[in-house]
Design a binder for this molecule. Sequence first.
Ligand code: UDP
Length: 239
Amino acid sequence: MIIIITLGKKEGSVKRADGRAFDELRPIKIEAGVLERADGSAYLEFGGNKVLVAVYGPREFHIRRFQKPDQAVVRCRYNMAPFSVDDRKRPGPDRRSVEISKITSEALAPAVFLEKYPRSTIDVFIEVLEAEGGTRCAGITAASVAMADAGIPMRDMVVACAAGKADDNVVLDLSEKEDKEGQADLPVAVMPRTGEITLIQMDGNLSSEEFEKALDLALEGCKKISEIQKDALKTRYGE
Ligand code: UDP
């Protein structure tokens, strides 16, 4: 009898630094309605990320020059707590948080029936309590649950997830290490029912083939996270 022993690793068995498969998400947990005073709220844990979101509105936009006469405006404030990262983060806004606040409102707005609320604002406060790579996606995903919890009429939820390239592999949901040391990061937000993409950013380099693969992975990841968003709302409001 001849026994052949294969020493090479099989494609499916090759793992990442944290032991995940290339297409595996970090563990994710979402709870809706965690804050008494906000109109809507959500708490999300995604790997080592911990994010709390409070939503107010729609309510009158007091800064009249920023009002839109025919629709509401979604305003976001993304903030990282000083204790959320290894090197203490200087409190207050910086270029990065201003950018993330802007792209988050742009990612969420297409899902809302803004035209129902002229001259109004919907205020979304995203507080990152702990960060471990992918906080903008975690913030968008949690914010969408908090908006639904606030009873804001929406066409669809918005769900976000990144893919990218680390150690020459196209991988789903980059950890902080993969984000910082990897070759590319591709955060994507999508409305899962219609498939409409509301955010796509890219940091680093990907060939067009790798880009397609990363985008498919990110969209698959979004689908899975979307089920967890739905479960969080079902748990709060029943089936
Ligand atoms: N980060 C940090 N200090 C900062 C900003 C970010 O340590 O001041 C870490 C944090 O873990 C974050 C990661 O770097 O999640 C990646 O940041 P990036 O700007 O790519 O945004 P994110 O991936 O969080 O959306």
